[in-house]
Write a protein that binds this ligand. Structure first.
Ligand code: ATP
Ligand code: MG
Ligand code: MG
Length: 541
């Protein structure tokens, strides 16, 4: 389409560029501050920061802030916070709006050279005309007229929607994005960064390439949907005769059983389908952080999928795999029970208190933490059955099981009330020297002191946010795919005391139950743990 011809820099522009960069690689990560970042943006950062790092270059964090009505300081603050959380250090933090004056001057230059005109078509007219490849009636108006009207636009003398500045490109081009894209529109909206200085705002297409050139970006890396805009990118830099970066496109990341577009995320948050941008069921980076996922696991996933020119839909299992691998190596273990059932060790005295050493990293280090055995302990309700059966290894009448790290219990009976087992009775003994332990090993929690109940905590267990692997895309249909059981609360869970002291963000493996992270909702007297992931992969559609 001819755009390739424009890519090469002339000797003078290149010399200027090299003088500024010293030949260094310069990239940018350019989020629009119109929402929280998601795991797709982590891939973009992996590419943008990673490429610069690999060649000892610099990467800007640039807020691409040209739509003031959608953008907020809250998002700007959050993005800086989450970029730092991932461990990336921007060379500089900039805003497209920092360049509004330069961009405005470029616009005047464009009008003067006959490459832009003020148009009065409505948005609908522009759309209809573009589809029919019909030029706007204002396309050939005199330069002086456009200059005056553009000045009037800037001064706030023209109403919103009554005029735009359009680039005078190539209506005959097969590429739709070469047909007179909008450069400026009127918006009487204050800007989160530029304040109230402007009532005309440049479009993405106009801004992005020019700021890339102004910042001397060497490699402008972006996702594939921008490929068809490459021609307009170079068209503008060509007519303004600026330095030209190299544009490379890579595939977008999508993950099954969830959505990533900010528009959809915004809908889920605003309409209360989830509990805020950092809801642990979302694949926002804030949600993943709150859930207990580490930056390392996210980067390992990016590394594994690599940088290709295909949009990829990655199965959620892949992300979970990296989460488990990382957490397995770093999360200290603890014993906990989500649905406690009282187990009375009838052969022990009421004031019995015996300490055992539980392993912090079983099979890996010798480090231990103490667990206390009392006459009353708790096991998981699902670890008792009134009737034993083949292939079932947990507790049943007359059966023996191990209380992990402690000894053997032999079930001697149980009590029921209202059809529910309320208490199980057993006798406790230590494993004999050389004795083969029973197959069933139970997680359990003793009382901190005889007669004193263990501290309860709230466990938040998450399932996939969407029932379907590829979420529907049309209209509001995707909302039908939401999983109504994506959150299960266990409000009466108990654990060994080491967890109850932990600060928000602390991570543990609760043996057999999965990896957990202390939630920021935690208060004195109310501990909340999020399950980051289960111990093993569960079947998903
Ligand atoms: P969304 O459609 O999710 O709102 P966006 O592209 O509008 O995403 P931006 O804030 O403009 O979001 O994106 C900043 C950078 O991150 C861009 O370079 C964009 O291409 C990239 N990016 C956004 N989503 C993904 C994704 N799913 N995979 C890879 N890169 C992405
Ligand atoms: Mg965008
Ligand atoms: Mg978007």
């Amino acid at each position: 389409d001819g755009s390739q011809l424009c890519i090469a820099n002339n000797a003078e522009k290149l010399a200027e560029h090299l003088k500024i960069t010293g030949g260094k690689v310069v990239t940018r990560f350019p989020p629009e501050p119109n929402g929280y970042l998601h795991i797709g943006h982590a891939k973009a950062m992996f590419v943008d920061f990673g490429f610069a790092e690999r060649y000892s270059g610099d990467c800007y964090l640039r807020f691409d802030d040209t739509n003031p009505e959608a953008e907020k300081q809250e998002y700007i603050d959050h993005i800086q916070d989450i970029v730092a959380w991932l461990g990336y250090k921007p060379w500089k933090v900039t805003y497209s709006s920092d360049y509004f004056t330069e961009l405005y001057n470029f616009a005047i230059q464009l009008i003067r050279s006959g490459n832009a005109y003020v148009d009065h078509q409505t948005a609908e007219e522009i759309k209809a005309y573009r589809e029919e490849r019909r030029p706007s009636p204002w396309r050939d108006r005199p330069v002086e007229e456009s200059l005056q009207l553009f000045e009037d636009m800037r001064r706030g003398l023209i109403d919103e929607g009554k005029a735009t500045l359009r680039m005078r490109m190539d209506p005959k081009n097969a590429n739709y994005n070469m047909f007179d894209l909008i450069a400026y529109r009127i918006k009487f909206t204050p800007h989160p960064h530029a304040g109230r200085d402007w009532c005309i705002y440049p479009s993405y297409d106009y801004t992005h390439c020019l700021v890339d050139a102004l910042e001397n970006i060497t490699h402008s890396l972006c996702t594939l949907e921008f490929e068809s805009r490459r021609a307009s990118y170079y068209w503008l830099l060509h007519v303004l005769d600026t330095y030209k970066p190299v544009v490379w496109e890579y595939g977008r990341l999508n993950i099954t059983h969830n959505v990533l577009s900010k528009r959809k995320l915004n809908r889920l948050v605003t309409d209360g389908y989830v509990d805020g941008w950092d809801d642990p069921r979302l694949l926002t980076l804030a949600g993943l952080r709150r859930r207990g996922v580490t930056p390392q696991a996210i980067k390992e996933l990016c590394q594994e999928i690599g940088i290709t020119r295909n949009d990829s839909e990655i199965h959620l299992h892949k992300l979970d795999h990296h989460i488990r691998t990382d957490l397995d190596a770093t999360s200290p273990r603890a014993l906990a029970v989500l649905d406690p059932l009282r187990l009375v060790l009838t052969n022990l005295p009421a004031d019995h208190l015996q300490t055992f050493d539980a392993k912090v990293f079983p099979g890996r280090t010798e480090e231990t933490y103490p667990v206390t055995l009392t006459r009353v302990v708790y096991v998981a309700a699902e670890d008792f059955r009134e009737v034993d059966s083949k292939g079932y290894f947990a507790l049943a009448p007359q059966k023996e099981c191990m209380l992990k790290y402690a000894g053997i219990v032999r079930c001697t009976g149980f009590e029921k009330s209202g059809g529910k087992v309320t208490e199980v009775h057993a006798e406790f003994r230590l494993l004999e020297k050389g004795e083969k332990p029973p197959k069933g090993v139970l997680s359990w929690v003793g009382q901190p002191m005889a007669g004193q109940e263990p501290t309860m905590f709230e466990a938040r267990l998450y399932d996939v946010l969407f029932k379907t692997s590829s979420v529907a895309d049309t209209g509001d249909e995707w909302l039908q795919d939401l999983n109504p059981n994506s959150l299960t609360l266990k409000t009466g869970a108990i654990s060994t005391p080491r967890i109850t002291q932990a600060a928000p963000g602390s991570r543990f493996q609760l043996e057999r139950l999965g990896y957990f992270c202390v939630d920021p909702d935690t208060r004195i007297g109310k501990l909340v743990l999020n399950r980051t992931c289960t111990m093993k992969e569960t079947n998903l559609a």
